[in-house]
Design a binder for this molecule. Sequence first.
Ligand code: GTP
Ligand code: MG
Length: 201
Amino acid sequence: MNVAHAEFVLSNTKVELCPKSKIPEYAFIGRSNVGKSSLINMLCNRKKLAKTSSRPGKTQLINHFLINKQWYLVDLPGYGYARVSKTQKKTFQKFITNYFIKRKELIAAFLLIDLRHKPQTLDLEFMRWLGENYIPFSIVFTKADKLKEKEIKKNTSEYFKTLKDDWEEMPKHFITSSEKSLGRDELLNYINQINHSISSN
Ligand code: GTP
Ligand code: MG
């Protein structure tokens, strides 16, 4: 799929204030700094559509980006950022979980994981929470450019070994690098397929 058009639509902290148009949307979630905003830019072939930073905690709102005037990509704040206050963490958590539970237009989530690290409790817990709430998700491993091919294979298989404790069926996964545009076609084709299956129903 070609991304011919990508535009920022709006930001907010309230699911009630998200765009009213009933079109499919796909959300990116994961720890702060894992590369959510960078991935959105990579998919859209734009450098500064979503704001990125080397310092964690950059994205603080629910951001909707309209793609090809037909569907949304949604950039969300990261979780697990140690330097925000407890109250701020709770507020974040609240509006993120509200978004996932209440947003009817959400078709699927992409949970981003940095493949350089061992499986982290916060990510595993978040996956469980998505499962308990019947929210479909895939795993997107990020920053693959920082690892050698062999390490990618080894770390992916170790990751899935851990997931077997929780899941009977493994979630779909993508290996990506926003630096190298790796995984772009696979992710866009996957979204495209879902969009087609929705519109033909
Ligand atoms: P928050 O908004 O704070 O939750 O972070 P985020 O998940 O949106 O991460 P962001 O896209 O802002 O990227 C964080 C840092 O990681 C930036 O310095 C990016 O340049 C870097 N980064 C993101 N993706 C990649 C990648 O694929 N490869 C490399 N080498 N660096 C990346
Ligand atoms: Mg971000």
